[in-house]
Design a protein around this ligand. Structure first.
Ligand SMILES: Cc1cc2nc3c(=O)[nH]c(=O)nc-3n(C[C@H](O)[C@H](O)[C@H](O)COP(=O)(O)O)c2cc1C
Length: 168
């Protein structure tokens, strides 16, 4: 027997991520992003969906570059912070270690074991969120999570689940 249910999200993509970006004046910002997905193998494209009132929205829209950082369970406090406080009010990355990405003009969050450098190739706004399609320019991974063939050992990483009860 099935019944109709209420929902605020259609699916619950995993993992929860941190997207970082840099504005035209060189100021860095980052926000938690749960609305993310794979789009294409070749070229490699991922999508992120950002509400336009987020401070990061105009930065990504204008600069057309961002980094997707993959946090693990131990980064839950950072994700909650970046996902509740706005860069409009404070410098959120002040106490978070970052380094410059190699190809795009945006910071990588060092403590996150995987980072995807992306450049925006397109965007659409079908509803509340603007969907940015990012071509993956380079993927970084902590050595301990790279297997002998050069792939990411996802199963060994405790990626953060969007539905973690301490997060939402
Ligand atoms: C777990 C989690 C997931 C989130 N996912 C998204 C998302 O996919 N898209 C979005 O626009 N906001 C999302 N948010 C909200 C933003 O991260 C939050 O509003 C943030 O403070 C915006 O920062 P900014 O104003 O500095 O850009 C999420 C928040 C949390 C805690």
């Amino acid at each position: 027997m099935k019944k109709e249910v209420k929902y605020d999200k259609y699916v619950n993509p995993e993992p929860c991520t941190i997207v970082s970006c840099r504005d035209k004046d060189g100021h860095d910002n980052a926000l938690a992003v749960g609305f993310i997905g794979n789009v294409s193998f070749d070229p490699k494209i991922i999508m992120i969906a950002i509400i336009d009132k987020r401070f990061s929205h105009h930065i990504i829209k204008e600069q057309k570059e961002f980094v997707v950082n993959i946090p693990t369970d131990e980064h839950i406090d950072i994700v909650r912070y970046l996902g509740t406080v706005s860069g409009r009010d404070v410098n959120k990355l002040e106490n978070i270690k970052t380094i410059d990405a190699d190809i795009v003009n945006a910071p990588l969050i060092v403590d996150c074991p995987v980072n995807f450098e992306c450049s925006v190739i397109d965007s659409i706004k079908p509803g509340t969120h603007e969907v940015f399609f990012g071509r993956v320019e380079k993927v970084h991974c902590d050595e301990e999570y790279i297997d002998e063939l050069g792939f990411i050992k996802w199963k060994e990483m405790n990626v953060l689940h969007s539905l973690n009860s301490n997060l939402m």
